[in-house]
Design a binder for this molecule. Structure first.
Ligand code: MN
Length: 728
């Protein structure tokens, strides 16, 4: 049985090795505190519980994390499993440590197992989103690693579920964070329980071939080191068999037996400088025969998780192919520990949170082959701000827009659930149905057969389009009478506002024509549509007002013809009505479109041009295409226009950016747009022959102030040189 003393000694030694200047007092305090808190608890194998946090802390030290993280690891189960509180830990060990412990606790409480493949990416995202601080993720990975190392004491059911979770969540996260060593161990130890036969086959085969393999690797290693020493290149060279799970995967993917599988040896040459890397590559290709098409230069083009190395595959004299990876010590460190290596380089330089973020951002950039949306979503922890991940009571994960409420949740489950919602519980506590859901919440909807259905207020409370659509559908179906009443009221109000006659008071034939134009069979049908929100009253009136006006005018002319003494009434419409947020002076109602060349938005000085057949086209006053306004023959077609101040709808606009061509620029721009919460319609780039590129960003804004804010953010992106409104 393992003892406290063994593990404590081991932690001390590791600390001495990795952090020789470490002040042990605070570590000892945390060890004592945790030991006292866990004193009545035992591990499954009967050993004292404290050895678990000690072992986790030791892994965290090996990762190279800082003191806060080590304290966090020592205390990581205190809030969950003992009577220790956040405040208690904050008082004794500082708020940063307390935050870390609380973060780990949240992850421990959440259930990350799911059998559905499409839930995996959501689970990983939620894991990151809930963590907030990347050190929480790292402590949790260390926690899982130690649990995997002691998995033999768990029940078979628990083994399978924990190992699945490790394969689905922890190993991919370790990979994305660039921590190869952790990833391999997590994968191999999971495989051992998930497919014991497959795992044991490989292990037995390797055991049987151990001598043969070692002799082979020794001969290659000697050949390489001899040559490099001859050339005076300082190096550390060693061979290894690829890890069990990667062999297992190869066997299954290529449908080959162990005997048929080659390419299981990998050699690593670690040198001091980058020029040495390329020198070594030359010598390797001189010593062995190159396998064409297998050379990869991840030094000049690092992998998205910051991995750097030269890879080549060659064939030795025995005819066995093997891979050689060549890298510097620093690259080696990054390859083994990924993001955690950052704390090693940073030591002594204080904590620069901003720089941490940049590092996290780059590290989390997922592979090139995932689609762009996914890529942007996985950039960094606060990129998940626009999404919230919550659970059903059965542990199914549901992703909703940030700010969502139990109403959104209910409709995401099923419209039947939403329509019979009477209340909600979050984490077993009754909440208001407009409560804002947080990551990791367990949400339970209280329903009743006698529920009266959604209320119209819900349309303003819910955040998801899904909920809104389903609520509208309900009103459309269930509440025709009520909808007609609502719709009629708002339609008539709009007609009255514009001094137009109401349906029922107009000529019968005219009304039939109007209904035809509106594409409804009866006024009630149209009222119902307005009532449930399928159409707005403004839109309906906008569609028929010209016809009604014309008819009213014709009638007036008729009347004045019949009675010449009667003074004609003044034209009823005085209020120029905004169309698409623009008021055209002197023209009452006409089609409005915004020119593509300069894409004006509210706040810009604008001018209108009467096109042939397409209404008035709006340009910015400084658009080069408005030069024609000074041409006398065209002058009549230019009209004065102004923005309608009340308009709040979004306007599409375009920015062109002059940039220096580089990899990842598109994604950096996309990131800025996402963090600025801009509604992007399109981002595209084209490379120019001179090493420059032009990116076109099409997006929606409310006004010129918002546009300028976004423009400034884009101009702050590295390698963006300038910007232009509109599109040439
Ligand atoms: Mn633990």
């Amino acid at each position: 049985m393992e003892t406290f003393e063994q593990h404590y000694l081991s932690l001390q030694q590791t600390l001495k090795e990795y952090m020789p200047d470490m002040d042990m007092t605070v570590i000892d305090q945390a060890v004592e505190y945790a030991r006292e808190k866990h004193k009545d608890q035992k591990r499954k194998d009967g050993s004292p519980y404290i050895i678990h946090p000690l072992a986790v802390a030791e892994i965290v030290v090996e990762m190279g994390l800082d003191t806060d993280a080590i304290l966090g690891a020592l205390l990581h189960d205190c809030i969950e499993d003992t009577d220790a509180s956040y405040d208690d830990i904050a008082k004794k060990f500082g708020p940063v440590t307390a935050e870390l412990v609380e973060g780990v606790t949240k992850l421990t409480r959440a259930n990350f197992s799911s059998s559905e493949e499409q839930q995996m990416e959501n689970l990983r995202k939620m894991f990151m989103a809930m963590s907030k601080d990347i050190r929480v993720v790292l402590i949790k990975i260390a926690d899982r690693l130690h649990n995997m190392r002691t998995m033999q004491y768990q029940s078979p059911t628990k083994q399978i579920s924990k190992c699945r979770e490790t394969m689905d969540i922890y190993a991919p996260l370790a990979h994305r964070l660039g921590m190869q060593k952790m990833k391999w161990e997590l994968e191999d130890s999971s495989l051992r329980y998930l497919d014991p036969a497959g795992y044991n086959d490989i292990m037995a085969y390797q055991k049987a071939h151990k001598e043969q393999d070692e002799a082979f690797m020794r001969s290659i290693q000697e050949k390489i080191t001899n040559r490099l020493e001859e050339m005076g290149i300082h190096n550390k060279t060693y061979g290894r068999i690829k890890h069990v799970y990667s062999i297992y995967r190869k066997m299954n993917a290529q449908d080959k037996s162990l005997e048929e599988l080659y390419d299981i040896y990998a050699f690593r040459v670690v040198v001091d400088t980058i020029p040495d890397c390329y020198n070594v590559l030359g010598h390797i290709h001189d010593l062995f025969n190159l396998v064409p098409g297998r050379f990869k230069d991840y030094i000049s083009t690092p992998k998205p998780n910051m991995y750097q190395s030269l890879h080549t595959t060659v064939i030795g004299s025995q005819g066995i192919p093997f891979e050689v990876q060549i890298r510097t010590w620093e690259m080696h460190e990054t390859a083994e520990y990924g993001i955690a290596a950052h704390w090693k380089y940073k030591q002594g330089s204080g904590t620069g949170n901003e720089k941490d973020f940049e590092w996290v951002r780059r590290l989390l950039e997922s592979q090139q082959d995932t689609d762009a949306e996914d890529y942007v979503n996985s950039l960094k922890i606060d990129m998940f701000d626009d999404e919230v991940f919550v659970f059903t009571p059965k542990g199914k994960i549901v992703s909703l827009p940030a700010g969502s409420t139990p109403i959104d949740f209910a409709y995401a489950i099923h419209s039947g659930v939403g329509n019979s919602l009477t209340g909600a519980k979050v984490n077993a506590r009754i909440v208001n149905i407009d409560a804002t859901l947080q990551n990791g919440d367990i949400v339970e909807i209280i329903t009743s057969k006698s529920a009266k259905g959604p209320s119209r207020d819900w349309l303003n409370i819910c955040k998801s389009n899904q909920a809104r659509t389903k609520i509208k559908q309900w009103f459309k179906k269930e509440k025709r009478e009520e909808n007609i009443l609502h719709g009629k009221t708002s339609f008539e109000a709009e007609m009255k506002r514009l001094l137009l006659p109401l349906p029922g008071s107009m000529d019968g034939e005219l009304e039939q024509n109007l209904l035809k134009k509106l594409a409804f069979d009866s006024w009630d049908d149209m009222y119902a549509a307005i009532g449930y929100g399928g159409m707005t009253a403004t839109k309906a009136v906008g569609r028929i007002r010209d016809d009604v006006n014309r008819a009213v005018k014709a009638q007036n002319v008729d009347k004045s013809n019949q009675n010449p003494l009667r003074t004609p009434e003044p034209a009823p419409v005085k209020n120029r009505h905004a169309v698409n947020g623009v008021i055209v002076e002197d023209i009452d109602s006409c089609m409005i479109k915004f020119s593509k060349c300069c894409t004006p938005v509210p706040g810009d000085a604008i001018i209108g041009f009467i096109t042939k057949g397409f209404g008035v086209s709006i340009h910015r006053a400084d658009c080069p295409n408005t030069i024609g306004a000074h041409d006398p023959s065209q002058a009549a077609r230019w009209v004065r226009v102004r923005w309608d101040n009340v308009a709040e709808q979004p306007f599409e606009t375009t920015l062109e950016l002059d940039c220096i061509t580089r990899d990842g620029l598109l994604l950096d721009l996309a990131t800025v747009m996402t963090t600025a919460r801009a509604r992007v319609r399109e981002i595209s780039g084209k490379d120019l022959p001179d090493g420059h590129s032009i990116f076109t960003v099409r997006f929606e804004v409310k006004n010129v102030a918002e546009l300028e804010g976004i423009r400034n953010k884009l101009l702050n992106v590295r390698d963006v040189l300038g910007s232009r409104r509109g599109q040439n």
